[in-house]
Write a protein that binds this ligand. Sequence first.
Ligand SMILES: CC(C)(COP(=O)(O)OP(=O)(O)OC[C@H]1O[C@@H](n2cnc3c(N)ncnc32)[C@H](O)[C@@H]1OP(=O)(O)O)[C@@H](O)C(=O)NCCC(=O)NCCS
Length: 168
Amino acid sequence: MVLLKKLNPRKDVTKKYKKWMNDKEVHKFSAQKLKKHTLSTISKYVNSMNSSKNEILLGIFIKIDNKLSHIGNIKIGPINFFYKTAYISYFIGEKNLWKKGYGTQAIKEAIKIAKKKKIRKLKAGFVEINPGSKRVLEKNGFKKEGTLKSEEEHNKKRYNAYIYGKAL
Ligand SMILES: CC(C)(COP(=O)(O)OP(=O)(O)OC[C@H]1O[C@@H](n2cnc3c(N)ncnc32)[C@H](O)[C@@H]1OP(=O)(O)O)[C@@H](O)C(=O)NCCC(=O)NCCS
């Protein structure tokens, strides 16, 4: 149901994508919320990712009315080629599509791609007040490997972050 594919900096960098990037709720737990994103900064980012040797940026697409619709992104990287490990990070930009299984499916597809790239382990981090991120990882077999104490500040309060991992 979900398809992951590289983003085309001309066709896929749209007003909708810009709206997600400037949405304080979508990026509540990410440093992206501190930046002002424009079509130009996003295009530059997509271009830099598309030419990166150790990061794979993929758009999350679903079929709506038989047409592919971009709903969010998932990134595999940075990749450590020596240890064959990589981080993943992800967001569903369309908030009305949260809790419909797309985040879980996107990670499942990213695992398949990582395996093809001979990556042997994936890791992801999230702050303790982000239950959605915890759940999508758990549903894909990731397990807690570490706690980063007092790692992040949200609304003037400090929170722990967790690192989850999955050997492939
Ligand atoms: C986190 C995120 C990717 C989850 O994606 P999603 O498509 O909504 O997740 P799914 O529909 O696959 O949900 C999987 C499970 O998580 C649960 N879940 C999702 N969001 C949740 C939330 N905010 N609170 C509690 N549970 C949540 C779902 O209910 C579902 O549980 P179940 O299968 O046990 O019933 C999405 O909410 C998002 O993009 N958030 C903003 C960006 C973000 O936080 N990215 C991660 C940064 S570390």
